[in-house]
Design a protein around this ligand. Sequence first.
Ligand code: KG4
Ligand code: ZN
Length: 370
Amino acid sequence: MKILAIETSCDETAISILEKKDGSFKILSHVINSQIDLHQEYGGVFPSLAKREHGKNLVPALIEALKKADLYKQKEKGEIPENIIDSLDRNPELQESFKEMETVSRPEIDFLAVTKGPGLEPALWSGISFAEALKNLWEIPLIPINHMEGHIASVLLEKADINFPALALLVSGGHTELVLAREWGKYEILGRTLDDAVGEAFDKTARLLGLPYPGGPEISKLAEMHRKKEAESNYFKLPRPMLHSGNLSFSFSGLKTAVRYALEKEEITPEIQEKMAREFEDSVVEVLISKTLQALDKHPAKTLILGGGVSANKYLREEMGKALNDIDYIVPEQRLSTDNATMIALAAFLHTKDASNSSITAKGNLRIDS
Ligand code: KG4
Ligand code: ZN
């Protein structure tokens, strides 16, 4: 069975094609067209700009994905039904480039899948409109997917049969949540952030340090350099927010404010950048691990899954592994931690019965337990 998945919830235009054979998954193509350079100028992601870029990038990304998977065949030019072209009129860039599909043969694919939320709604709509146009053009069923479930499913390439119940710590630019999965599709949110997401805190701290967007990888690099030089972080002292709150909620906006105050008295030198990156990462990782252990205490699980963009963080991955006992610990390979369409395809294999003919609506705040 082959699934082609489309992911446009934020600033990556991503298309992957996966095949499932004898119970295991194979990536046939994994295309990511990042808009990071563009958004770097603004220090963050601009929804309307993201939508326009997705509109320009989707058709080229699809053709690249089909070619890599050896599923690309040209055909004699045929008309695209007018109602399909009309359905794209809210995204002029996409509508224009979709005309290229006139010469692309229907590929041997069983299902299409697309992220329906959570994310930036204008960005989500680009992927959804495109997926629906392909569904109608090729008559291939389409499966709507929750982006956060995609982050959980990203570990299926590491281990295809998860031992449930599984606890997932999902940490990304928009989310920080502890999710208990009793089985695939049955989720309970045990705790989440009351304000900023942890990835957002990385990005904002990086900005205060004069580092480029996205800040996570930059902070991580500097923190590691500092850790190699010094055993302790003792120049800055940041709080460990909500560590002893007695519940499983998180809060990171106060941490960002603490960073800002601490830096007010400083000149931002490479040395200060390293020291702050180290202390910030120490604080965040300590809180994330402590809350995960508290959650496991209350809700014993057989598996811990670490997912979302911040799970690319080397220190978090390693320290979490050291803190856990007697439990399967699964983290996606780093390129599947940050947003991609392979994770959306993996989740879609779990939901083939959700393919339907009804139209999909983008849901910016879609919850994993809804
Ligand atoms: O999952 P993701 O790609 O997009 C969302 O769904 O939000 O997560 C992006 C976030 C960004 O905030 C980025 O700074 C963070 O993940 N990130 C990292 C690292 N790589 C990406 N944070 C810490 N360490 C990293 N190595
Ligand atoms: Zn994500």
